[in-house]
Design a protein. Structure first.
Length: 365
């Protein structure tokens, strides 16, 4: 403000205006010069006017300066040099740091994670899974023969009545053999005919004397077993008979009419002829007919079990005609009877071979 007033005092245009006005006034009126007093008064008036004009200017200028200052502030702010432009000591100017851009830089992209290898893919370093070696066929041992082949082989053994069946993958042989020698023969036959089979034995041993009728009737026994409807004999009641129990037999004829002989071989070497007998001389049975023997109610002969006890043998023999022309004693030695039986069988007509069925009976006191 002070500096501005001094500039106005040096170049005041109002002083020039006072002198010009006075001269002009004189030229216009053409009048002579005014007296001294009026002239001084005139000058005082102009001085007063000049003073008033100066005061007015001084009063107005602060407001103008303030206004100029307020209005120029934003411009001064915008053009004010930054602090970085201050003069530095002489010497090499260090490099100015880069001013970061107002736009933030994007962070560098994260490195892509390597995709995990598929389980099926294999790298050169990882060994390939070994393929399972082909399994060698497991040997099942020697081939097992059919059950029927084993049954056929054992049916020809002398002194034995056996049953052969497959049960739970094993071969079960059951029945009765007459004497220990027959049991040894059975073991040897199993080794030859049942190779490859696991087998079990449920075989009883009877008196050796009972081997003779089985040996003599081996061919009729085999012929009967080969028939679709063979001759059959079985006991009524439990499997084992005790002293005093009745002996009752069920008989079934083959598909043709036959004459029957029913013989009971005891453990003491005798034979009892059950049919024909003194009360029932006839022994004919129709084709596929059945009959019970030994029932008390039938009015015929009946028997009960007594000593000696043990395993005994019943044999049913079927022929087209009676074997003996005369009746035989009801009880006789087995050896005598077997000799006569062998003779009549050899003399029988070859066109109708005899059939035989046998059954071991266990007796006990």
């Amino acid at each position: 403000m002070t500096g501005t007033g001094r500039r106005l005092g040096k170049d005041d245009p109002l002083g020039n205006i006072q002198r010009d006005d006075a001269v002009s006034f004189r030229h216009v009126t053409g009048a002579p010069a005014a007296p001294a007093v009026p002239t001084r008064l005139h000058r005082r008036v102009w001085v007063s006017v000049a003073v008033l004009a100066g005061l007015t200017t001084l009063c107005i200028l602060p407001f103008q300066a303030r206004a100029e200052t307020v209005e120029a502030a934003p411009i001064a702010t915008m053009i004010e040099p930054p602090a970085a432009e201050l003069r530095h000591p002489e010497g090499p100017v260090p490099p100015q740091p880069e001013i970061p851009s107002s736009v933030p830089e994007q962070p560098p992209p994260a490195p892509e994670a390597a995709a995990p290898a598929s389980p099926a893919e294999t790298t050169p370093e990882s060994p390939r899974p070994k393929e399972p070696a082909a399994q060698e066929p497991v040997s099942e041992g020697p081939a097992r023969p059919p059950v029927e082949a084993v049954r056929s082989a054992l049916s020809t053994l002398p002194c034995a009545l056996l049953t052969v069946e497959a049960l739970n993958g094993r071969l079960l042989v059951s029945g009765t053999v007459a004497g220990d020698a027959a049991l040894k023969t059975l073991h040897a036959a199993l080794g030859r005919s049942a190779g490859g089979w696991e087998h079990g034995l449920d075989v009883a041993v009877a008196a050796p004397g009972l081997c003779a009728p089985l040996t003599l009737l081996a061919a009729p026994l085999a012929a009967n077993a080969a028939l679709p409807a063979p001759l059959r004999v079985r006991t009524m009641g439990p499997g084992q008979l005790h002293g005093g129990d009745p002996l009752v037999l069920d008989l079934l004829a083959p598909a043709a009419p036959v004459h029957l002989r029913i013989d009971y071989f005891t453990v003491d070497g005798n034979v009892v002829h059950l049919l024909p007998n003194p009360l029932e001389p006839g022994s004919q049975l129709g084709a596929a007919a059945s009959r019970s023997l030994g029932e008390r109610s039938a009015g015929g002969r009946f028997w009960s079990v007594g000593p000696p006890f043990g395993r005994e043998l019943v044999v049913a023999l079927a022929t087209p005609s009676p074997l003996f022309a005369t009746a035989r004693p009801e009880l006789e030695p087995a050896a005598v009877y077997l000799a006569d039986l062998k003779r009549v069988l050899a003399a029988a007509a070859p066109g109708a071979p005899p059939l035989a069925a046998a059954l071991f009976i266990a007796t006990a006191p």
